[in-house]
Design a protein around this ligand. Structure first.
Ligand code: SF4
Length: 466
């Protein structure tokens, strides 16, 4: 499906609706009906005339203007949302499409920025020199601070910043917020995770990544003051409880750009000497030679976010394939690294039970992988209002969002209905238990209710910072 097919479909829906409607619908009502028709046509792969015919539009028109919108919307809601939940917020935002398809059609594992901005304080630091050497064609500018660099870039808004993320590299000295508690999500059960903010921006282009709607930095940002991070980690280690996990992957992939930053060369041996903190380097890449050449220790866990091969191919552009990731995980386990897996986001699709069962059994079919796996997290596809619409604009195939039914949850994010989520979690937990792996299994960003329904035990399974 190309973008122009979506644009034609949308135009056809609007024209058909205007032609049949006995009353001129207000802007909001019109856009809600268009949204419902669009998602039904996409999900069922049928033309708009077939949808209108099958819901008895003729009868509604004969009924006249009074109640037309209400009757039409309620029929379409019943057709779009089989799981019912009448009255619950399904967040029917306008469909806005752009003629141009996204530039995010993949990533080859290499960066090739046009410009490198280096904050004055970071000039002369080893990371700055390494990055400049790595990209000899890039124009280098020394700036007072990040805001000055952003001003030179024209301060693009979030919409334009995301596609420009591979154009620029910003090297900064991070001064505050080097380590923080994982913000999790309001009303969700946290797991005590901490975040080490080493890097912002990701070159991959997953069709569910919140950075698409979040970032206003037209590039990838690397802090150069690595020693400050290590110092702060030393202080925290003395106060933290045993096995307090800390990861670098909140705003970036922990290892996708390690060949340039070599952060892992500083972090892995450093963590070997810590008592309580455990570093998680979470990635969707398999090219991790900078890590594999190092000496493993119990305080470092390499982890992979995984999905089925089909879901990865469709929605994780620029990531390594499932087989490549599993191969890398196998090599890491053989080498002696502890490992982890994140089945997140679990995406509802036809045959999901079987395909996720196959995935779990494939992952844990390797004895060394089973033996070295310390934790597994589960999370279903979720998004903040506006993210689906941001992707929809320029990505032609987003069936994950149309096949599933999303409802506003307690924290304002859109998620599958809780009965479907708990079914998915129970299924995954059962598959993981059957695989023979002995790892902590937890839900990421889920409510207490979802934990209860999943049959998993919520609670502090890891340490926490005091
Ligand atoms: S459950 Fe997920 S989002 Fe929440 S604190 Fe843990 S890692 Fe962070």
């Amino acid at each position: 499906m190309a973008m122009e097919d979506n644009i034609k479909l949308l135009a056809g829906i609007k024209a058909s609706l205007d032609a049949v409607s006995p009353v001129e619908l207000g802007v909001n009502k019109h856009s809600e009906i268009v949204r419902l028709l669009y998602e039904i046509c996409k999900r069922e792969n049928i033309p708009v005339a077939a949808v209108l015919g099958s819901i008895g539009i003729e009868g509604m028109i004969k009924g006249g203007k009074g109640g037309f919108f209400r009757k039409l919307k309620s029929s379409l809601m019943a057709r779009r949302y089989h799981q019912g939940r009448a009255g619950k917020d399904t967040h029917l935002m306008p469909v806005v499409l752009e003629a141009e398809e996204t530039r995010d059609c993949g990533w080859n594992g290499r960066l090739d920025p046009f410009r490198i901005f280096i904050e004055k304080d970071a000039e002369g630091m080893p990371l700055s020199a390494r990055i400049v050497r790595s990209f000899p064609k890039a124009r280098v500018s020394i700036v007072r601070n990040l805001p000055e660099a952003l001003k030179i870039c024209g301060r693009p808004g979030a919409k334009d910043a995301y596609p420009m993320r591979m154009d620029n590299v910003f090297i900064v000295t991070a001064k505050a917020g080097l380590i923080k508690k994982c913000p999790c999500s309001p009303k969700c059960v946290g797991c005590g995770y901490l975040v080490l903010n080493m890097g912002f921006g990701c070159p991959m282009g997953c069709d569910y990544c919140y950075l698409k709607a979040y970032t206003d930095i037209p590039g990838i940002l690397f802090p150069a003051n690595v020693d400050d991070f290590l110092e702060e980690l030393s202080v925290l280690d003395r106060k933290a409880g045993p096995c307090t996990r800390i990861g670098t992957g909140e705003f970036t992939d922990s290892l996708a750009l390690d060949r340039y930053t070599l952060y892992s060369e500083a972090l892995i041996p450093f963590f070997a000497g810590l008592k309580n903190l455990v570093l998680e380097l979470k990635t969707k890449r398999a090219d991790i030679d900078t890590v594999l050449c190092q000496v493993p220790n119990r305080n470092v866990v390499l982890s992979w976010s995984l999905n089925t091969a089909d879901m990865s191919a469709l929605y994780e552009k620029g990531a390594s394939t499932l087989d490549e990731r599993l191969h890398a995980a196998g090599k890491a386990a053989e080498k002696g690294f502890d490992i982890g897996f994140h089945f997140d986001p679990l995406i509802f699709h036809k045959g999901w039970e079987e395909s996720y069962a196959d995935l779990v059994s494939k992952v844990f079919s390797v004895p060394s992988v089973r033996e070295k796996c310390r934790w597994v997290s589960l999370g279903t596809l979720r998004y903040s209002p506006g993210l689906k619409e941001a992707f929809e604009k320029d990505r032609p195939d987003l069936s994950a969002y149309y096949e599933g039914e999303f409802f506003t949850d307690l924290d304002g994010k859109l998620r599958y209905d809780k009965s479907l989520r708990s079914m998915m979690y129970r299924h995954m937990a059962g598959c993981i238990a059957d695989s023979g792996v002995n790892a902590a299994v937890y839900l990421c960003m889920e409510t207490e209710e979802a934990w209860r329904a999943s049959g998993l035990k919520a609670g502090q399974m890891f340490g926490s910072a005091v």
